[in-house]
Design a protein around this ligand. Structure first.
Ligand code: NAD
Length: 501
């Protein structure tokens, strides 16, 4: 570990330094407790050890679920809506005051560039305020009472919205704080209690968040955080009989395992899974906009982004000009440490993941795709892969079918103007998370959008997510929606009540 308020020569705040020097524990029942194992977190840009943290397995998950259950049945249930709102608002302010700590932890743990980490911290604060504000707007409705009752007497039928209960939240590593908050904020607003399992690759920002939750004054056991391995802590949480719902973000493969684990007590399941999103560039696209937009559709967050637009369908009329622009953009990207403000692309999250991504690149070369940018690794410490572009791709190539989760773009040329044929290209995937179309013709844009089978489609931009905008997948990209009103409803049950008057 480095000394002072610097990490490998980059300035970090004294708060971040102090945090890294502490041994991260498990948050169970309002206390920081030891786990049954210890792991190291590494900076993917340097390979240096950042911090050690405790991990839990089935026994710790059991304790955390018990704590969440007693908070749900006890103090949390008894708080008024406005008290719940005030606690969330207090948490948002504490996070705002500690934004630099949260931002630096995600940069160091995940490798993301500072401009992305800063943005996600700001969005997290907004997300908590948004769902705090939604608490007072949780509403049921009134209905016509059943005929067999009104035949005899007056009656009143209405519905109530109630929290689902104890929720297990399993979080991936690609945007650690952001994914934690987009699950936590609506769950707390709904009145649920939570056991969260962060990714073993990026445990740190969740631990800082846990301390802020304690400082805000949430009753003990409302939020419990158990770091650990997916196959141990994650699997135990997904299978636990006293968990009422699992909200999972991660790979489609793990999503399937979660469904199997949830069968025992038929807990509710929300899944935000993988993607292989299409980007359609029509012949009339404004290339000044499309070149950086399409490039960042793939390379944002070094491609470790579920929404990444990685299948680019370029019309033959603009294919060459688009590719020239994309190659120049990719070649010009500044790779480096996320703490360096000049950095536009960071490293892959781990050496193992970098090897996996690089394997896709090697096999794409072997399969005959034409390399137009990148295709290699940086000769320096850290898991850096250059932004890579292949064209001449065909539908059956692995890079057109598999989620790579790295900075690898696959371009396929098309020459039709038939919207249905273009949509067929876009929809030729089991996934359906995101997508975009680039054109100056508003009718073409909306015709394409109406045919693309994905939960989130953008016109002349890509991945335009926001706190209030529903997000989730068609097909094998998931079940349910997060963000916005839909994200809150995912943590609410509906109870119908009839009163015989
Ligand atoms: P992953 O599925 O390997 O792991 C995600 C989480 O699940 C981690 O916390 C992990 O420890 C845990 N886990 C692993 N095996 C488990 C098991 N058997 N039971 C319970 N939990 C288990 O995914 P990842 O590599 O961390 O993240 C990358 C994937 O996440 C990509 O496929 C990406 O598309 C997807 N993702 C989707 C969204 C979305 O909103 N749709 C957002 C971000 C990432």
């Amino acid at each position: 570990m480095s000394d002072g308020t610097a990490f490998d020569g980059h300035a970090i705040s004294p708060e971040t330094r102090a945090f890294l020097d502490k041994h991260g524990k498990l948050l169970i029942g309002g206390q920081w407790v030891d786990g049954s194992g210890v792991m190291e977190s590494r900076d993917p840009a340097t390979g240096l050890v950042l911090a050690e943290f405790e991990t839990g397995g089935a026994a710790e998950v059991d304790q955390a679920v018990a704590a969440a259950r007693s908070a749900f049945d006890g103090p949390w249930r008894r708080l008024s809506a406005s008290e719940r709102m005030n606690l969330m608002t207090r948490l948002a302010r504490i996070m705002e005051q500690n934004a630099r700590l949260l931002t630096e932890l995600d940069i160091l743990d995940n490798g993301m560039p500072g401009f992305i980490a800063g943005l996600t911290t700001t969005n997290c604060v907004e997300m908590i305020d948004y769902y705090a504000g939604a608490i007072m707007r949780i509403e049921g409705s009134t209905m016509v009472p059943p005929r067999h009752i009104t035949a005899e007497t007056e009656a009143l039928t209405y519905s109530l919205k109630e929290p689902v209960g104890v929720v297990g939240q399993i979080v991936p590593w690609n945007v650690p704080l952001s994914t934690a908050i987009l699950k936590l904020a609506p769950a707390l607003a709904a009145g649920c209690t939570v056991v969260m399992k962060p990714s073993e690759e990026t445990p740190l920002s969740a631990l800082a968040l846990g301390q802020m939750i304690l400082d805000a004054g949430f009753p003990e056991g409302v939020v419990n955080i158990v770091n650990g391995l997916g196959g141990e802590a994650g699997a135990a949480l997904a299978a636990h009989d006293d968990v009422d719902k699992i909200s999972f973000t991660g790979s489609t493969r793990t999503g399937r395992a979660i469904i199997q684990s949830a069968i025992g007590n038929l807990k509710k399941v929300s899944l935000e899974l993988g993607g292989k999103s299409p980007v359609i560039v029509m012949p009339d696209a404004d290339l000044d906009l499309a070149v950086p937009g399409v490039a960042m559709a793939t390379f944002f967050l070094q491609g470790q982004n579920c929404m990444a637009g990685t299948r680019i369908f370029a019309h033959a009329d603009i294919h060459d000009a688009l590719l020239d622009g994309l190659a120049a953009f990719a070649d010009g990207m500044v790779l480096g440490h996320g703490l360096d403000p000049a950095t536009q692309q960071g490293p892959m999250v781990s050496a193992v993941h970098a090897d996996k991504v690089f394997g896709f690149i090697e096999r794409a070369k072997d399969a005959g795709a034409t390399l137009v940018a990148g295709g290699d690794r940086l000769d320096r410490p850290g898991n850096f892969i250059r932004p890579t572009i292949f064209t001449g791709c065909t539908r059956d190539m692995e890079i057109m079918r598999e989620e790579i989760f790295g900075p690898v773009m696959a371009v396929q040329k098309f020459d039709t103007l038939d919207i249905d044929a273009i949509a067929q290209l876009a929809n030729d995937t089991p996934y359906g998370l995101s997508g975009s179309v680039w054109t100056q013709d508003i009718s073409t844009a909306h015709r394409v959008v109406s045919r693309v089978r994905a939960g989130h489609v953008s016109i002349n931009c890509h991945g335009a997510v926001g706190t209030n905008i529903p997000f989730g997948g068609y097909g094998q990209s998931g079940w349910g929606r997060e963000f916005g009103e839909a994200g809150l409803q995912a943590y609410l049950e509906t109870k119908a009540v009839t009163a015989r008057l």
